[in-house]
Design a protein around this ligand. Structure first.
Ligand code: FE2
Ligand code: FE2
Length: 264
């Protein structure tokens, strides 16, 4: 079976790219299941019920993962309590809304478990539980239902993401990274059958600084003054990866990066 994982979708340009390109990619590559990281969909940071619904209503988006921006809009908490197709990072402490892992049914009838984890290195989030041990525990739980499990490791440090890949090798079908908004070129199948990619890359405007207009960000670096960073508009791409998995064993046998231009 084929799984499409799409990296951080930024603002309206990113949402438009998902709505236009995911149905096309699904048909072209015969995708059975599609994961989209939505932590930047509402104005560049965070997600609202409306924008989550917009993506979930898109033909071909099965579920959404997130990251540290998930709590930016207060109304998302109650929404997540009722909508398991939007995951929070599973290692946010007990008492936070929503779920961090869930088992879905793909188009081909295969059950697919997905877990979202948040790294602890350079992330600026103080109250996180251990993503490794929480991750393994919830993955073991999901594997009672299905061998096909995908991990969105939302983190800054490449080392932490790579360690997660090795730690979960043979326990999951894929570990794919999000958060940096820059696609890495290290896709591979680890020795025990886990597909790995450090970062899926951003879905949004590439004439930008990781999705924001260049000038205000440049100005901040040059002057140190705080600035407002609006979402950029030019050169929109959808980035991610397609993973091929044996649904019987859950082992991956192929991972391919995707970089698809949207508009001119
Ligand atoms: Fe992001
Ligand atoms: Fe993030």
């Amino acid at each position: 079976m084929k799984i499409l994982a799409v990296g951080d979708v930024v603002g309206a340009p990113g949402r438009d790219a998902v709505k236009a390109l995911v149905p096309i990619l699904r048909a072209k590559h015969k995708i059975d299941f599609c994961i989209v990281n939505c932590e930047n969909v509402a104005g560049g940071a965070g997600v609202t019920p409306k924008t989550a619904q917009e993506l979930l209503g898109t033909a071909g988006v099965d579920m959404l993962t997130s990251g540290q921006h998930i709590w930016r809009y207060r109304e998302i908490g109650p929404y997540m309590d009722a909508e398991p197709r939007l995951l929070k990072p599973a290692n946010y402490p007990k008492g936070t809304p929503g779920v961090g892992s869930y088992v879905y049914t793909a188009r081909n009838g295969t059950k697919v478990g997905v877990i979202n984890l948040l790294g602890r290195v350079f992330m600026g989030v103080d109250a996180l539980d251990d993503p490794f041990r929480i991750g393994m525990k919830q993955i073991e739980e999901m594997r009672k239902q299905t061998p096909v499990v995908v991990v969105d490791m939302h983190a800054e440090a490449t080392s932490e993401k790579i360690v997660m890949g090795w730690y979960l090798d043979g326990h999951v079908s894929a570990v794919v990274g999000t958060h940096t908004h820059i696609q890495t070129a290290d896709e591979r199948i680890l020795p025990k059958g886990t597909a790995y990619l450090t970062d899926l890359g951003m879905t949004g405007p590439y004439d930008s600084v990781i999705g924001r207009q260049v000038e205000p960000v440049m100005d901040k670096f040059l002057t140190g003054m705080p600035n407002r960073f609006d979402v950029a508009t030019g050169n929109v791409k959808l980035c991610g990866a397609i993973i091929e998995v044996d649904p019987g064993t859950g082992k991956a046998f192929k991972i391919e990066r995707v970089q698809e231009q949207f508009g001119d």
